[in-house]
Design a protein around this ligand. Structure first.
Ligand code: PEP
Ligand code: MG
Length: 743
């Protein structure tokens, strides 16, 4: 058996003449692996594998022998992505006899899939007369050959215009859930994808091993720095254990050893890491135990870090215009990065509508789907994809007719949206003349232009933490004041409700390792603010400075008790006594997100100037249902008896509060931006809603057709007759459609 290095050196020579003919490769591999036969099969459109080169079989079979994926041993190898190592291939149940090949004399067979990214591009197989099993070393060599062959097949495919490989030719649809409605079509870019190594083979393995060692040391250092910020102690123990486990894996000699072995075989350090990462990915697909899957996922993540260290953290390549971003998981800060690079749509394998990346995507108007599991295994950068976020699916490599149907639909929507344009300058009114104030949810100053493009009446929720997440740190007082002042300037007298920092749960600054089992119910938001009053007071000072004598409205997130509200309010009042000029008017309100406040309404409504219902968190806590768990997506409905009952009780109490003067109530959760929910909330008595920009015109358009006086008794009767139904969506939407409302 030839040493892999010798084989690779010969391959390198052969491939140096650019388009190495495949038959030369087959000849070389057969000779070096001491096999009578080496055959190369390439994927063709329609899930077909075609014999494209062979040493040892009849040359007349080239281009004639074609197998379906799944047919014969070669087809099975392509279908399963597994190595087939068979001493007696002809008696294997899958064996498919092809007389034109003349393969009768050959008993044993080793077939290895040729994979690139998530795709199987073909199969390379060797055969021998004597029945024998191939050694682990031989399997390893043929796998290395397959890795090189993948590059050759991909470039050959590109050159002759043939589509790329087996899986790559097949359209696939992945179902998930809608995070932000809309449709987008474009080329795929992958979040966190390992970029293809520029160099596959290396002349000097010792130099490559030294590079690997150096990169691995730098990766370890990076991890140490990353983890050093995580506190020790009773509460931190669990997270430390996890981090320690991760660190152990990072330092684990086993997988680095494996990478070193592959380097010694003649691959570059980058190619070796990718090769081992690919093996891990294949193993991961076959493992169902969640703990082991996580460990393997850690390893894959580490492989990415190691590659970044090898590359010296090169910047991301440019994003093609209108690209569709595919990610396993995505944080808000990462989404912002990609948005700045110009993506048009997003699909995330693990995400749900309530998560902050989804909220941000909504604010940015990026059609997005979540829960589209398995897509990353099939997608390749540059593949075309459709995010159909209305049906909650990702269509990969759409057929031509499907693609043009989507393009027609997008065109129709542009026309519909253009029809809403006249509504922009008008206040939202029901057709029987009730005014509803529609406000914007904003998190970034770049969204301020939407005040004018949508004709919103003000900002009903300014999420101050989003800007900090985008920059990756908490800004100082002067910087914060400058930002808030720009917001007030842009609002030009329209109301702005600033919400103090709502960090924690899924809104973590980089370096903040989650250290709690249930971060959504953990140390987050106002709880952090009250425990670290200096942080909160600095923000309050910045807000007061920004107001510079103008009217200022501030509210606190995640208030659970009246005492917490009072504590936060007194911090704000203390700051307000120090800052000059004092605001012309200072309004202090609360978010209502924690159900416990419902049993403190009397005291609460005496103390607050306004209440804004955060229905995203409120539903999460009311139904004990994690807002970012994809499995719970759409399981519990705002349009349901318990939520509408709670909201009505709140509206009644607010109306009677302060001796009948009342306390203003609005709702700023994502539900407000959906026309059916918005109509129902208005039917219940809300006259102020705050939503993402994409919701304003559609909600305005459907309110314009709503006869509120007629709807109120209908809603009341639907609620009365609900008799335990989990959702009232169906009867409400039936009524709305019958009355010509666009919902
Ligand atoms: C909410 O919880 O409804 C809300 C508006 O706040 P956030 O989505 O930022 O948690
Ligand atoms: Mg909230």
């Amino acid at each position: 058996m030839a040493t892999p290095r010798r084989l690779l050196a010969r391959l390198r020579e052969t491939m140096a003449h650019d388009a190495a003919p495949l038959h030369e490769l087959a000849e070389l591999v057969a000779a070096e692996l001491v096999s009578e036969v080496c055959s190369i099969y390439a994927g063709r459109p329609g899930e077909i594998l075609e014999l494209v080169a062979t040493q040892g079989l009849n040359q007349g079979a080239i281009g004639r022998t074609r197998l379906r994926v799944g047919e014969g041993i070669v087809g099975l190898c392509a279908a399963t992505g597994k190595v087939m190592n068979l001493p007696d291939a002809q008696n294997h149940p899958a064996f498919a006899y092809r007389p034109e090949t003349g393969e009768e004399p050959f008993a044993s067979m080793l077939a290895v899939p040729v994979r690139r990214g998530g795709h199987t591009l073909g199969v390379v197989a060797v055969q021998n007369r004597n029945p024998r099993g191939y050694s682990a070393e031989e399997v390893d060599e043929l796998e290395t050959v397959a890795m090189l062959l993948a590059e050759v097949l991909a470039s050959v495919g590109a050159a002759d215009g043939a589509e790329e490989g087996v899986a790559a030719t097949v359209p696939r649809v992945f179902s998930g859930s809608s995070l932000v409605p809309g449709i987008a079509i474009g080329p795929v870019v992958l979040h966190g994808a390992l970029s293809r190594p520029a160099r596959l083979l290396a002349d000097d393995p010792d130099a490559e091993l030294a590079r690997l060692q150096d990169a691995s040391r730098r990766m370890q250092q990076g991890l140490d720095e990353l983890f050093s910020g995580v506190p020790e102690g009773a509460d931190g123990t669990a997270s430390r254990e996890v981090l320690e486990a991760y660190r152990l894996i990072a330092a684990d000699a086993g997988w680095l050893q494996r990478v070193s072995e592959v380097i010694r075989g003649g691959l570059s350090a980058e190619a070796a890491v990718q090769r081992v990462a690919g093996e891990l990915r294949d193993r991961m697909r076959r493992i169902s135990d969640p703990y082991l899957r996580e460990r393997l996922a850690d390893l894959e993540d580490l492989a990415g870090r190691l590659l970044a260290a090898l590359a010296g953290n090169v910047p991301r390549p440019p994003v093609p215009p209108g690209a569709i971003l595919l990610a396993r998981r995505l944080g808000p800060a990462e989404l912002l990065d990609w948005h700045a690079a110009g993506i048009a749509g997003v699909a995330v394998e693990e995400a749900s509508a309530g998560g902050h990346a989804a909220i941000l995507a909504r604010a940015l108007g990026l059609p997005s789907v979540g829960g589209t599991r398995g897509m990353l295994d099939s997608a390749e950068p540059g593949d075309e994809a459709v995010v159909d976020a209305d049906d909650g699916q990702l269509v990969l490599r759409p057929e031509a007719e499907v693609r043009s149907a989507y393009l027609r639909e997008m065109e129709a929507r542009r026309a519909l949206a253009a029809g809403w344009a006249p509504l922009r300058g008008r206040p939202a009114m029901t057709c029987d003349g009730v005014h509803v104030s529609l406000m914007l949810n904003v998190g970034l100053t770049m969204e301020l232009a939407q005040l004018d493009t949508t004709g919103a009446e003000g900002i009903g929720l300014y999420r101050t933490e989003i800007g900090m997440l985008a920059r990756g740190e908490i800004a100082d007082v002067a910087e914060q004041a400058a930002t808030y002042s720009r917001v007030l300037d842009a609002a030009a007298g329209r109301p702005v409700l600033f919400r103090t920092l709502d960090l924690g749960a899924d809104k973590l600054l980089p370096g903040d390792a989650p250290e709690e089992e249930n971060p959504a119910m953990g140390w987050r938001s106002l709880r952090i603010g009250l425990d670290r009053p200096a942080l909160l007071r600095r923000q309050m000072r910045a807000l007061l400075l920004a107001a510079g004598g103008r009217r200022l409205s501030v509210m606190f997130p995640m208030v659970a008790t009246v005492a917490e509200f009072r504590a936060a309010k007194s911090l704000l009042l203390a700051e307000a006594r120090r800052v000059r000029p004092a605001p012309e008017q200072l309004e202090i309100g609360t978010m209502l997100e924690v159900p416990a406040l419902m049993w403190q309404l009397n005291e609460l409504l005496r103390e607050v100037d306004f209440v804004s219902v955060g229905s995203n968190d409120l539903l999460q806590f009311l139904f004990a249902a994690d807002r970012s768990a994809p499995a719970l997506f759409n399981r519990y409905d705002l349009l349901s008896q318990p939520v509408l009952g709670l909201l009505e009780q709140l509206l009644v109490a607010a109306k009677e509060a302060k001796g009948g003067a009342g306390v203003p109530i609005s709702l700023c959760g994502e539900a407000a931006s959906r026309p059916l929910e918005a109509l129902t909330l208005v039917g219940l008595g809300f006259t102020s809603l705050s939503m993402s920009a994409s919701g304003i015109l559609p909600v305005k358009a459907s309110l314009a057709d709503l006869d509120l006086a007629a709807f109120r008794p209908v809603l009341a009767s639907i609620r009365r007759n609900a008799s335990g139904a989990a959702s009232l969506r169906e009867p409400i939407s039936v009524w709305a459609r019958e009355h010509g409302l666009a919902v």
